[in-house]
Design a binder for this molecule. Structure first.
Ligand SMILES: [Zn+2]
Length: 152
């Protein structure tokens, strides 16, 4: 089956595909991609298979390392990362949920000691049914993933 071109092709960079519809904006915001100097193309609510919609993000001249890509997994567990060089996909991989997330999120618990100490935040990733929860190393509270995606 021939794939339709859904978003303008890029010469060099990264395409994050199979992002659940609605998560694309959160990912942009969370990873502060829009604050970077590179050109970013976002497709929202694109058709994906028979029944679903997806978001897609193209970031020019930027290659995500596996650690960064795995942080994406918290928002888009089925995302695929396509590394583009000269308009060709030279590498393609699935994100995998990390076991631990360090120095990325602030703890949603305002009483958590991590806010007052010069330490990196540290969360353990827990799967509960279909959902992903994060347990703080310091206050040992467990938080829903959505609490993090709404942090500014
Ligand atoms: Zn905490």
């Amino acid at each position: 089956m021939k794939k339709k071109l859904q978003v303008e092709a890029i010469a060099h960079g990264t395409v994050i595909d199979h992002v659940p519809a609605g998560q694309g904006i959160k990912i942009l915001k969370f990873f502060q991609l829009s604050a970077a100097q590179e050109r970013i193309t976002v497709g929202l609510n694109l058709p994906s298979g028979e029944q679903q919609q997806k978001d897609l993000i193209k970031v020019e001249n930027t290659v995500f390392d596996e650690n960064q890509a795995n942080q994406l997994a918290l928002f888009a567990p089925n995302a695929t990362i396509n590394v583009i060089e000269d308009f060709e996909v030279v590498r393609k991989f699935h994100v995998s949920t990390p076991e631990q997330v360090k120095a990325v999120f602030a703890c949603p618990n305002s009483n958590c000691i991590s806010h007052n100490e010069p330490i990196d935040s540290n969360f353990y990733v827990r799967h509960q049914q279909q959902d992903i929860k994060l347990k703080c190393h310091y206050c040992e509270k467990t938080f829903d993933r959505s609490l993090f995606s709404e942090l500014d």
